[in-house]
Design a protein. Structure first.
Length: 221
């Protein structure tokens, strides 16, 4: 059985995986769902303002430390792909599998900002206009009301990778093809051509964990 560490995307907490976690647990897996620093309901303004990509990578490494994990599968959704890449690069071989669930797959020096589309960059700036340090969730119908402002610094900080992340034995990308405006089409083409990656497709919108939790759990397991 596997041990999963599930990392949500921007504006979300551990609850983003609430429909997937019991499916994995019933199959006998161990699951740790993470709420990143600055996304918790009790996090104050100073905590949100100070949180960046390094902070979030440290959140994941803290889970590995607390649970003494040595053979972990890290799953990152959307922005969470940046986080699991940074964490795996610093994990000292304790990560055996990476799953980027409709998520960014950075190279050294990339950021979420540089990896996404101009439409999303404009949304980040507009969302941070009130505070300057926290990006409001996009105002779109049907989105989960539990979403919280996301630390702006984490979206613009460049990732620093030593190359260790490329030594993770299994690296997988799940492309969600059922939504317009996806920033991941070119990334999918890049990874399709890379023999170090396995690429899968789900015909869902971006939040596949909500729309098709069974299919997500099946791919993970």
């Amino acid at each position: 059985m596997a041990t999963f560490v599930l990392v949500p995307g921007a504006w979300h907490g551990a609850w983003a995986f609430e429909a997937v976690v019991p499916l994995l647990e019933r199959a006998g897996h161990v699951v740790h769902a993470v709420t990143l620093t600055g996304l918790g309901p009790d996090d104050d303004a100073a905590t949100i303002a100070a949180a960046n990509l390094d902070t979030h990578a440290a959140d994941v490494l803290a889970v590995l430390d607390r649970a003494t994990l040595t053979d972990a599968t890290l799953v990152g959704h959307s922005y969470g792909g940046m986080v699991i890449a940074a964490a795996a690069d610093r994990a000292g071989g304790r990560v055996s599998r990476l799953v980027h669930l409709d998520a960014y797959v950075p190279r050294d020096g990339d950021s979420c900002w540089s990896s996404t589309t101009e439409a999303y960059r404009q949304a980040f700036v507009a969302g941070a206009a009130d505070s300057g340090y926290a990006v409001r969730p996009p105002d779109r119908p049907g989105r989960d009301p539990r979403r919280r402002p996301h630390p702006f610094a984490s979206l613009v900080q460049q990732i620093r990778l030593t190359g260790a992340v490329a030594e993770v034995p299994r690296r997988e990308f799940i492309y969600c093809s059922g939504w317009e405006g996806t920033p991941f089409t070119r990334l999918r083409a890049r990874l399709d051509a890379d023999p170090g990656w396995q690429v899968f497709e789900l015909p869902t919108a971006h939040d596949a964990m909500r729309e098709a939790p069974g299919a997500v759990a099946e791919l993970l397991a």
